[in-house]
Design a protein around this ligand. Structure first.
Ligand SMILES: [Fe+2]
Ligand SMILES: [Fe+2]
Length: 281
């Protein structure tokens, strides 16, 4: 376990999203907004899966700090699920078939819970937590992606990115205790395979959903919109380009999420979320 002890905090925040802006809240229009909206539909069900996977091993944790971190992790993911459920409802109300797409994800995760061993479910969780941590970290590194967008939507994404950063090592530390460290080889092979598998499965669902969600509102031939998507994903200041190396770092034996030490981003909480933090219960 790396010697970076950050105890996540469960923050009960509300974002008062403007339902009217569900499809055009991003400064660069529909194609970028639907990219993030489509990503959002995976969170509530995905995060419930993460919670279940980690909770299963809770009783095996003896370290008091890690126990507290697990409780906070569960609290944070539950809050993300609640807020993204509301967000997704606004996107659904705007005519996007979120419920049907979410159903596909739910069925897949239920299937995994039914047939896969618990340790595989935890491996999938730590792999997906790596993906959310580097995506969140990427978003915090590239604030220009959100510049000029509608405040509520911008805030929910920044909040989620910050908390994914804050708790990025929790499931991983549980994995090291419950399943094993890289030195035991098999846990290393499993977590490595899990990232390849999880990334592949995630994008094989995300991409068709995303293309469909853009198409139904006429964005398929919006070249300006696609140019903006390209700019924010693969160009110099694009998120995928910036997280490619951190994605591969996962495969270094002995890797730990805090090897990407971006603790300083957590100091931006107050700056980014301002008065919303004061309203937190
Ligand atoms: Fe989350
Ligand atoms: Fe997470």
């Amino acid at each position: 376990m790396k010697n970076v002890s950050i105890l996540p905090i469960r923050r009960n925040l509300k974002f008062n999203l403007n339902p009217e802006r569900a499809l055009d809240w991003h400064q660069d229009g529909l194609n970028v907004a639907q990219f993030l909206n489509t990503m959002s539909l995976f969170f509530p069900v995905g995060e419930r899966f993460f919670i279940d996977s980690v909770r299963h091993y809770r009783s095996e944790i003896t370290d008091e700090e890690l126990k507290k971190a697990v409780t906070a992790f569960i609290g944070q993911e539950a809050m993300h699920g609640r807020e993204h459920d509301e967000y997704n409802q606004y996107v659904a109300d705007a005519g996007v078939p979120i419920a049907a797409q979410e159903e596909v994800v739910t069925k897949l995760l239920n299937f995994v819970q039914r047939v896969a061993p618990e340790r595989f479910q935890l491996a999938a969780t730590v792999a997906l937590e790596h993906l959310t941590a580097i995506l969140g970290g990427g978003l915090l590194d590239l604030p220009e992606i959100m510049d000029g967008s509608e405040e509520g939507y911008k805030a929910i994404w920044n909040w989620h990115a910050l908390e994914e950063t804050e708790h990025k090592a929790v499931a991983f530390d549980v994995y090291q205790v419950a399943v094993g460290k890289d030195s035991e080889i098999l846990p290393y092979i499993e977590r490595s395979a899990a990232l390849v598998l999880a990334t592949g499965i995630f994008f094989s669902l995300f991409l068709p959903f995303y293309a469909y969600n853009v198409a139904i509102h006429g964005g398929l031939t919006d070249w300006k919109g696609w140019k903006a998507v390209w700019k924010h994903t693969w160009q110099k200041k694009g998120i995928f380009r910036n997280i490619t190396k951190p994605w591969f770092d996962w495969f270094k034996p002995g890797f730990h999420p805090w090897d990407h030490d971006n603790r300083e981003k957590l100091e931006m909480f107050a700056e980014i979320l301002g008065e919303r933090l004061d309203e937190a219960a």
